[in-house]
Design a protein around this ligand. Structure first.
Ligand code: MG
Length: 268
């Protein structure tokens, strides 16, 4: 057994787990992933399932994870939408938001008491997300608002979303369009941003050195860990290949790398 890995594992009390490419691909669990989550629990550690994909509610992810056998608890599933809503409610209370988001994200915002604008209405903030219901009219109104001085926020920076049939444009790609038209760039809230690290630490009441981020993507999962003091564990079961790491600077390099989460199990 590698003693460096064992030493790091000893410090970890909570595993923050990415979903797509880490625990499942589409609707198929990655081999050993269900056993991995069971082994975390058996070792008296905690798990949080965290996805940047804010197009679905945490409840929808609970349903999917349950169907796949991960047995998530009610408080164990979080999205970049939750982090953004926490910010809006604590820092921008009462400000009107025009959101490029799915009906389920709009519903979550509304339930949290965030005032929402519709097309044609004034707003203080344009919030972009992974909007699978995006229309040209929504884009035009968002650009109008941004040009007129609205703040530009975004749930997450991911450029593409992996699906069973390949990549589809995600929030970051929508942001690129808004930026090209208006010259404005958004402030994002999901991984790899400080708000997400702070949100998890606050909810779990743990320090960053007691939390590990496990994920398949360098610019969101691993960057979250490396920038904010969480352990950063890369799995090669999703987006990143070992050859992609050749140019990675030392300070951005994952603390640990495994072929998939299955290989972590013996160290728990
Ligand atoms: Mg992923």
């Amino acid at each position: 057994m590698n003693t460096t890995i064992l030493g790091i594992m000893k410090a970890i009390k909570l595993f923050m787990l990415d979903l797509d490419g880490t625990l499942y691909r589409g609707i198929i669990p990655i081999e050993g992933a269900v056993t991995f989550v069971k082994a975390i629990r058996a070792s008296q550690r905690r798990v949080v399932f965290f996805t940047n994909n804010a197009s679905k509610t945490p409840e929808a992810y609970i349903e999917k994870l349950s169907l796949l056998g991960f047995e998530p608890g009610q408080d164990e599933v979080m999205t970049s939408g939750d982090v953004t809503i926490e910010y809006l409610c604590s820092q921008r209370k009462g400000e009107k938001v025009f959101c490029l988001g799915t009906p389920s994200l709009l519903d979550s915002l509304e339930k949290a008491g965030v005032p929402l604008a519709t097309i044609g209405e004034e707003a203080d903030i344009v919030l972009s997300s992974f909007d699978l219901t995006l229309t040209y009219e929504k884009l035009v109104h968002a650009c109008d608002l941004l040009r007129n001085g609205a703040a530009f926020l975004s749930t997450h920076p991911d450029i593409n979303c992996p699906t069973e049939t390949g990549f589809i444009p995600d929030c970051g790609a929508i942001n690129a369009l808004l930026t090209a038209s208006t010259g404005k760039t958004p402030r994002s809230f999901g991984k790899p941003n400080a708000e997400t690290a702070a949100y998890i630490a606050k909810k779990s009441r743990l320090s960053s050195r007691e939390i590990a981020m496990v994920g398949d993507r360098m610019y969101t999962d691993i960057a979250l860990g490396k920038r904010h003091g969480l352990w950063a564990i890369l799995v090669l079961s999703g987006e990143t290949r070992e050859k992609d790491l050749v140019q990675t600077p030392r300070n951005e390099f994952p603390d640990l790398i495994f072929p998939s989460v299955k290989e972590i199990i013996p160290y728990l």
